[in-house]
Design a protein around this ligand. Structure first.
Ligand SMILES: Cc1cc2nc3c(=O)[nH]c(=O)nc-3n(C[C@H](O)[C@H](O)[C@H](O)COP(=O)(O)OP(=O)(O)OC[C@H]3O[C@@H](n4cnc5c(N)ncnc54)[C@H](O)[C@@H]3O)c2cc1C
Length: 637
């Protein structure tokens, strides 16, 4: 391991303590959490001095790009407000000054999202509601302002609204480089989130085949477009790029597809209305595309998350979740790590079966208990549901049925089923999975199988709020969204017209082929992706950072230190969040309890800094004593 980075303040004047210089790159929610923790611990070591610089491209520190307060209101959070709290509230009253204890019981100054909504947007303060991401962004922006308001005096802080292009080791410090300048720091934290690969959407990376033009020419007086990324929706899905009355293909059928769809409909003045039956209806504005064709590799949709206001959960479920988590936590690991298929999956499917048995005893608000079934829920019935979900040929009608069933179950119009049980189990047991799988807990041999399972769970358990699925169903019903190209191995490509000098955008699958006017990419780059020339790419190329075994995630240790290829800590460089996905599980979340890495990072830095300073003081004192002693000896002589 390299030496401690905080033992290197060569420019420290003799007899004086140095200031620790820290850069945080990335000012999204996780950059905010890290800053908050750093300032919290820094206060406790005053008067020792800390200098902090936050670099952020978004121009909206705290909120970052994902929760930009400037985005439109139809872009919703994918989970309910009660899950979001920007403040740490654990271990209150702890006597250890370095515990995560904080003064956060003052809810006026440190509100959770729901408490903040109560004051600023009371009409949205329902804890079970999925609010617009822009509103969540306002909350994070306010939290950032609060963190700076209470900045301790021993901390100096600078915000730089700039993109960091590179971070380079220079002697015993790190040079953080933007286009305009280079500054040196003792410690750098990368908290890049989606910014690690945003802007990477190059048609070559997603379009088939590799020949393409971003503006392909005119046909029927329409400009044909390849739209490389869905966000920001106002610019990417403008009426110029996706014209009213045009045919548009959208690559992907996940959360980003829903955002794209709502932007092309509700965002164009269309109106959704909820009927008494609970279903939604769509009223056109006339500015929508004529038709939207989603296409995706698997055709499997994302299922609706249950609306807690409409689905009564059996009180017996909490015991089941507790037991499931305990079972996962107690699993014995071999020297190679845990095996997902033989050790973890059986616990997940048995827990799901038990949960469904218990839940079926419960009524929904509409009084529905269960549909008639021949068999009791069991591990086998869960496994056979999963096999049916991911296997076999999918037809548009299957997709419609899956979406409809999930919407109706999520809104209490239909009893709980296997999909509900498997999804609830994944959500509830997820913290135990994160604990056991992160930092190499899973054997390398079972990683691939786990990833396949996790990818399906992403669709089954981490889908959109029920309302968004209800709206999507309304669009399908109105004929605006057509499911035909979600099956039969779809591909999209540019074809040169044989007679004209123009080219055409083609969407084709095993059954049919159509010409479309634009194709929108609604698939986000994978968390492992690093765009050529980006900060992450540069650090990987120079082998400053490495990938964690076969997971693809950036390698870090439990204390957030970046690890090199030998799995040794890289002195003074730490990474948190999405780029570490795989090494650390389940990063793409706002949850502070699931991921306390920001806390670990800040505590480690401050502890080692104080340790270094006190060692330095001790050394100076010893030197003084030694000098005094030798002076006395000389004088005596
Ligand atoms: C469309 C979308 C919807 C989502 N919805 C939810 C949800 O409902 N609930 C949920 O829990 N999670 C959701 N997520 C996951 C989301 O990524 C996390 O909740 C959260 O954004 C993670 O915060 P972060 O700070 O790690 O990353 P980000 O929010 O991505 O913030 C990273 C910040 O770093 C900046 N940055 C990056 N690189 C640089 C650089 N080189 N120089 C300077 N600045 C840089 C970026 O501009 C950005 O401001 C969603 C993600 C997306 C993309």
């Amino acid at each position: 391991m390299e030496t401690n980075p905080t033992q290197k303040h060569k420019d420290t004047p003799v007899g004086k303590e140095s200031a620790l210089k820290i850069a945080i790159v990335g000012g999204g929610p996780r950059g905010l959490y890290s800053l908050e923790r750093l300032l919290h611990y820094a206060r406790q070591i005053a008067p020792q001095r800390i200098r902090v610089c936050l670099y952020d491209t978004s121009g909206q520190p705290g909120a970052g790009t994902v929760y930009s307060p400037k985005q439109p209101a139809w872009l919703l959070m994918n989970y309910s407000s009660k899950n979001i709290d920007a403040w740490v509230r654990d271990d209150m009253g702890s006597e250890d000054p370095m515990s995560p204890e904080s003064i956060r019981h003052d809810l006026e100054n440190y509100p959770s999202l729901v408490q903040w909504l109560d004051k600023h947007h009371p009409e949205m303060a329902d804890p079970d509601q999925a609010i617009p991401r822009a509103i969540a962004g306002e909350y994070f922006r306010d939290c950032y302002a609060q963190v700076l308001r209470e900045k301790p005096e021993n901390v100096s802080f600078v915000l730089k609204s700039a993109t960091v292009k590179d971070v380079v080791r220079q002697k015993d410090r790190w040079a953080v480089m933007t286009v305009e300048e280079s500054q040196e720091y003792d410690e750098v934290l990368l908290s890049l989130g989606h910014g690690a690969n945003v802007g990477s959407a190059n048609p070559e990376e997603w379009f088939h085949p590799h020949s393409y033009e971003s503006r392909v020419g005119m046909s029927q007086n329409r400009t044909k477009h390849l739209v490389n990324s869905t966000y920001p929706v106002a610019a990417q899905l403008s009426e110029e790029k996706v014209q009213p009355g045009s045919k548009v293909a959208i690559r992907g059928f996940g959360l980003t597809f829903i955002d794209a769809c709502l932007s092309l409909t509700e965002g164009r003045g269309g109106k959704f209305k909820q009927l008494k039956t609970g279903e939604w209806e769509y009223e056109m504005s006339g500015h929508e595309p004529e038709i939207i064709y989603p296409y995706s590799r698997t055709g499997r949709p994302m299922l609706a998350k249950p609306d807690a206001r409409k689905v009564t959960r059996s009180p017996g479920l909490s015991t089941i979740w507790k037991r499931g988590k305990e079972q996962l936590r107690k699993l014995e690991s071999s020297e190679y790590g845990l095996d997902f298929n033989s050790q973890m999956k059986p616990i997940l499917v048995e827990t799901a079966a038990e949960a469904l048995r218990v839940q079926q005893g419960e009524k929904t608000k509409e009084g529905i208990t269960s549909t008639f079934r021949y068999d009791e829920p069991s591990s086998d019935s869960m496994l056979s549901w999963l096999a049916g979900w991911s296997g076999g040929t999918v037809f548009p009608v299957d997709i419609w049925n899956r979406l409809t069933d999930s919407y109706r179950t999520a809104t209490g119009l239909r009893p709980a089923d296997e999909a509900w049980a498997i999804a609830e189990t994944w959500r509830e047991l997820y913290p135990a999975l994160v604990e056991r799988i992160s930092y190499g807990g899973l054997s390398e041999a079972s990683w691939e199988l786990f990833q396949l399972y996790a990818a399906e769970m992403e669709r089954i358990a981490f889908g959109p709020p029920a309302e968004s699925v209800g709206k999507l169903l309304a669009l399908i019903k109105s004929g605006l969204v057509e499911l035909r190209f979600l099956t039969g191995s779809p591909v999209a490509f540019v074809k040169q017209h044989p007679l004209e000098s123009q080219s055409e955008l083609i969407l084709r699958n095993d059954q049919s082929q159509i010409i479309v006017d634009s194709i929108v990419n609604a698939v986000l780059p994978a968390s492992q992706h690093a765009t050529e020339g980006s900060l992450l790419y540069n650090l990987l190329q120079r082998k400053t950072l490495s990938r964690f075994r076969n997971t693809g995630g950036i390698a870090v240790d439990h204390e957030t230190n970046a690890l090199n290829e030998m799995e040794h800590a890289v002195s003074g460089l730490s990474v948190v969040g999405r780029p570490t996905e795989g090494c650390v599980l389940g990063n793409d979340t706002l949850s502070r309890t699931l991921h306390p890495e920001s806390d670990r990072w800040a505590k480690r830095l401050i502890k080692s800094f104080t340790q270094t300073n006190s060692n330095m003081q001790m050394k100076l004192k010893n030197e003084e004593l030694l000098k005094e002693h030798s002076d006395t000896l000389i004088n005596q002589a």
